[in-house]
Design a protein around this ligand. Structure first.
Ligand code: PHE
Length: 454
C-alpha cells in the first residue's frame, strides 16, 4: 500500500455554504429537470408528489446524512474511507466493498449521463442558432430522431461534455469545483425561477400547479411508492460515493443534519419548480404530457415555438439543464479521481484524464444503443437500458441500504446525536428509528422491486 493512502485528505470547502452549493449541484441534475416531471406525470401527478415528499423526508434525507457522516469520518475517497472505517470499527472486511461498488456505480451512471448531457449541449447550440423560432412540429420531432440516430454527432457532443467535466475536476476542489458551483448553482436556480415567471405572465402557472399538486389517488399503485423512492435516491444522488466524497471535505463543525436538510430542500424545490414549469407549458399549449423521456426534447420545444422569444426561452431552458447536469457529473467523477491520486500517487490532472477517458469509452455503449439499436440489443434490451437499470434500480438502493446500516449499526461514533448535529431529543429518537429500521427496510424494498417490477 502506498503511503499516500494512509493520510487523510486535508482539503476542505472554504465554508459551509460552499458545501451546500456543491452538494446541491450534485443533487440537482437531470434527475430533477428531465426525469422527475415525466415520472410524476406517469404516476398521476399530485398523489405521486406527496409520496415523493414523504420518501425524501423519511428515507432519502437520513441516508444522505449517513453518507456525509461516513465521508467526513473517513476523509478520503470512498474506497479509502471505507477501508479506514472498517479498520476503525473492526467489522467484517467485506464492508470495504461499499466504497468500491459506489465508485463503480457512479462510473456507470457517468457514462450514460454524459451522453444525455451531450444531447443537451447540442440543443443549446440549436436554440442559439434560432432553430426553435417558428419551427414546425415535424421539424422538432425530426431533430431529436436525427440526433439520436447519428453516432458521430453524439460522440462529438458526449466528448465535449466529458471534457467540460474533466477540466473542472482537474483544477481541484477549491480552484475547480467550488469556483464552478459558486456561480452556476445560483444561476441555474435563477434561470428556473425566470422561466416560472415567464410562464406566470403567459398564464400557464396555474395549469402547472394543478397538474402537479392536484392529487389523483386512483392512479397510485404499489409500484408508485417504489418509483417515488427510487426517484428520491437518484435525485439526492445517494449510494454512488459522490456525497461521501463531498462529505470528506466538510468541516467537523458543520451540522450534518442541518446541511443535509438544506440540500434536500433545495433538491426537492428545484424538482417541483421544474415540474410546474414543464407541465405549465405542456398544459398551456395542450401538448401531450405522457411523452416519457422525450418530454423535454420533443414536447417542450413545441411550447417554445409558440411563444415570443422562442429562441431565448429555449436557450435559457437548455443552459439550465446543462448546468444541472454538469455540476452533477463532476460530483460523480470526483471519487474515482481522488482514489487514483491516493492509491497510485497520480497527479490530479493525470488521474482525471484516465478516469474521464474510461467514462468516455463506456459512454460509447450508450451511444450505439441509440444509433444502432438492432445490433446492440441483448435479450431485447439495449446496453443503455441495462446499465441504467443496474446502476439506478439495483446498485443505488443496495448501496444506500449498506451505507445507512453501516452508519447506524456498525459505527459506534454515530450513536450520539451530537455527531449528526441534532439537538432535540425528540428528533434524535425519530432519527434513530429511521436510520436503524425504516431506511434499510425501504431501501431493501426498492431493491426487490428492481428485480420484480410490478
Ligand atoms: N442527483 C443527480 C440527478 O438528479 C444524479 C446523481 C446520481 C448525482 C448519483 C450523484 C450521484 O441527476
Amino acid at each position: 500500500m502506498l503511503p499516500s493512502s494512509n493520510s487523510s485528505s486535508s482539503t476542505r470547502w472554504s465554508s459551509r455554504v460552499a458545501f451546500i452549493l456543491a452538494a446541491t449541484g450534485s443533487a440537482v441534475g437531470l434527475g430533477n429537470v428531465w426525469k422527475f416531471p415525466y415520472v410524476a406525470g406517469e404516476h398521476g401527478g399530485g398523489a405521486f408528489v406527496l409520496l415523493y415528499l414523504l420518501c425524501v423526508l423519511l428515507v432519502g434525507l437520513p441516508i444522505f446524512a449517513a453518507e456525509i457522516l461516513l465521508g467526513r469520518r473517513g476523509r478520503r475517497s470512498p474506497v479509502g474511507t471505507m477501508r479506514r472505517l472498517v479498520e476503525e470499527c473492526g467489522v467484517f472486511p467485506r464492508w470495504r466493498q461499499v466504497g468500491w461498488l459506489g465508485m463503480a456505480t457512479g462510473f456507470v451512471i457517468l457514462s450514460y449521463y454524459s451522453v444525455i448531457a451531450g444531447w443537451i449541449v447540442a440543443y443549446v447550440t440549436y436554440a442559439a442558432r434560432g432553430f426553435f423560432d417558428g419551427a414546425a412540429p415535424s421539424d422538432i420531432a425530426a431533430l431529436f430522431g436525427e440526433l439520436t440516430a447519428d453516432a458521430g454527432a453524439m460522440i462529438l457532443w458526449h466528448t465535449i461534455f466529458m471534457a467540460l467535466t474533466y477540466e473542472v475536476i482537474a483544477r481541484g476542489v477549491g480552484g475547480g469545483i467550488e469556483r464552478l458551483v459558486k456561480y452556476f448553482v445560483p444561476l441555474l436556480i435563477g434561470l428556473l425561477i425566470a422561466l416560472a415567471v415567464v410562464l406566470a405572465f403567459e398564464g400557464g402557472l396555474l395549469g402547472g400547479l394543478r397538474y402537479l399538486f392536484k392529487p389523483d389517488f386512483s392512479q397510485l399503485t404499489g409500484a408508485s411508492v417504489l418509483a417515488a423512492m427510487g426517484q428520491a435516491f437518484f435525485s439526492l444522488g445517494i449510494g454512488a460515493g459522490a456525497i461521501m466524497m463531498y462529505g470528506a471535505y466538510l468541516s467537523s463543525a458543520a451540522s450534518i443534519a442541518k446541511t443535509s436538510a438544506v440540500v434536500a430542500l433545495m433538491d426537492t424545490g428545484v424538482a417541483l419548480l421544474a415540474g410546474v414549469v414543464v407541465f405549465g407549458l405542456v398544459s398551456l399549449f395542450a401538448l401531450d404530457p405522457a411523452q416519457g423521456p422525450g418530454l423535454v426534447f420533443k414536447t417542450l420545444p413545441l411550447a417554445f415555438t409558440q411563444m415570443t422569444g422562442a429562441s431565448y426561452l429555449a436557450v435559457m431552458f437548455f443552459v439550465l439543464l446543462l448546468l444541472a447536469a454538469w455540476t452533477s457529473s463532476i460530483s460523480i467523477l470526483e471519487p474515482s479521481v481522488v482514489w487514483l491520486t491516493e492509491d497510485f500517487s497520480m497527479s490530479r490532472r493525470a488521474a482525471a484524464s484516465v478516469m474521464a477517458l474510461i467514462g468516455w469509452a463506456l459512454g460509447l455503449l450508450t451511444i450505439f444503443s441509440f444509433s444502432d439499436p438492432q445490433t446492440m440489443s441483448i435479450f431485447g434490451y439495449s446496453p443503455f437500458e441495462l446499465l441504467d437499470f443496474t446502476a439506478a434500480n439495483v446498485m443505488l438502493p443496495m448501496l444506500g441500504m449498506l451505507v445507512v446500516v453501516f452508519a447506524a449499526w456498525k459505527l459506534p461514533a454515530a450513536r450520539t446525536p451530537e455527531i449528526w448535529g441534532l439537538r432535540s431529543p425528540v428528533v434524535w429518537r425519530l432519527w434513530f428509528y429511521l436510520t436503524h429500521y425504516l431506511c434499510p427496510v425501504a431501501a431493501a424494498a426498492i431493491l426487490l422491486h428492481g428485480f420484480w417490477p410490478d
